[in-house]
Design a protein around this ligand. Structure first.
Ligand SMILES: *Cc1c(COP(=O)(O)O)cnc(C)c1O
Length: 371
């Protein structure tokens, strides 16, 4: 492993001291309370409280949170689901697993889907709208919900990157019929494996989600529908119960780190920062800006020991796995442009002030040298 000055993954730092977590995990193991156990019930309550919904349901992964939410609102083979063109593969994976078809709309400067382009994509087959709170930013949910009401199409939020983000002071995951969250090790709230959660305010949907994640079983011996085996592991829920206490604080730290980056990078004319809107609380799962000579800057930063990344370098809609959608380059021009110009810098809660300065100074130097 390279000896990075500014590494991307903070997991070794985060889990240096884990005795208190192991103690809690040990208890689950020694009581054999592995499936749908006490820790899971508690974690679901804690999570619903954190986001501000009536209910939360733990599932296997963020991808399953999306799939099971779509199934709960009745999505089936042949239906169309409108979503953002530049998202992570998991968003469309959840749609395609049900045999439904992802219908993309292009994005705005803030990386989230452009709500003004949605109506033109609605057909008789459109059965859900799936906005993605990409990078930890929430799209214009007022506009989106108005479209949802007008056409009576349910909204499922892909809030996997958006825990504690909000639009007009209303949290992500509280707008749609459900909100989908991921507990993947590199998400803002993480566990020691895969995991996910679905939030909802509807009792009816809540009951359906609980059935769907556990084979449709209503008791030990009877099932009323067929479902999935997608329970959130009770051991992971125990880990989650330890870590959920830190989420508010770490979110604040990420926001503050991003603010520091903004204050330095906005002075560099070759860097463009998306507009920061007051009514939109960005939780910076990713810190992404646009950079001139992006590829050279990336190379320079890597050489300087800064582990920056591109989220994502290849357009989703042009990937081989989605060839059946028959898209061609240019179908989503903003997404295309962003792929070529974006760069992500580490922004997590464990970075020191010195590391943050090191990053901004490296970017400054790069453009000074390249004049
Ligand atoms: C991480 C992520 C997911 C899915 O998460 P998993 O828990 O890894 O299945 C879905 N959508 C987006 C935008 C994500 O970043």
């Amino acid at each position: 492993m390279k000896n990075w000055k500014v590494r991307y993954s903070y997991l070794p730092q985060q889990f240096k001291k884990i005795d208190h977590i192991l103690k809690r995990v040990k208890k689950v193991i020694q009581t054999g309370d592995f499936t749908l156990g006490k820790e899971l019930n508690l974690f679901e309550k804690n999570f619903a409280k954190l986001i501000g919904t009536k209910y939360a349901v733990g599932v296997n992964s963020g991808t399953d949170a999306i799939k099971i939410s779509l199934a709960a609102v009745g999505i089936k083979a042949g239906d169309e689901v409108i979503t953002a063109a530049n998202t992570f593969v998991a968003t469309v994976g959840g749609i395609c697993e049900l045999g439904a078809k992802p219908v993309f709309v292009d994005v705005l400067e803030n990386y989230c889907l452009n709500a003004d382009l949605i109506e033109a994509k609605i057909t008789k087959k459109t059965k859900a709208i799936l906005p993605v709170h990409f990078t930890g930013y929430t799209p214009n949910m007022s506009k989106l919900m108005a479209i949802s009401r007008k056409y009576k199409i349910p909204v499922i939020e892909d809030a996997c990157q958006g825990i504690l983000s909000s639009y007009n002071n209303k949290n992500s995951g509280t707008w749609g019929v459900t909100g989908c969250f991921s507990l993947h090790p590199l998400k803002n709230l993480n566990v020691w494996s895969d995991g996910g959660l679905i939030t909802t305010n509807s009792k009816k949907i809540y009951e359906k989600l609980k059935l769907l994640r556990n084979h449709g079983l209503i008791n030990r011996d009877e099932f009323t529908i067929t479902g999935y085996n997608s329970r959130l592991d009770t051991i992971q829920a125990a880990v989650g119960n330890c870590l959920i206490k830190d989420v508010k604080k770490l979110t604040q730290q990420r926001i503050s780190n991003a603010k520091f980056y903004d204050s330095k990078l906005e002075k560099i004319k070759q860097i463009k920062i998306p507009k920061r809107e007051k009514n939109n609380r960005n939780v910076f799962h990713l810190y992404v800006v646009f950079a001139e000579k992006r590829n050279q800057l990336l190379k320079y930063c890597l050489e300087k020991g800064i582990e920056c990344k591109i989220h994502y370098p290849k357009e989703l809609y042009l990937q081989k796995g989605l060839r059946f959608l028959k898209h061609k380059r240019g179908d989503f021009p903003v997404t295309d442009w962003q792929c070529k110009n974006i760069i992500s810098f580490p922004v997590d809660q464990y970075l020191s002030k010195k590391q943050l300065s090191y990053v901004t100074k490296a970017v400054e130097n790069f453009y000074k040298l390249s004049i």
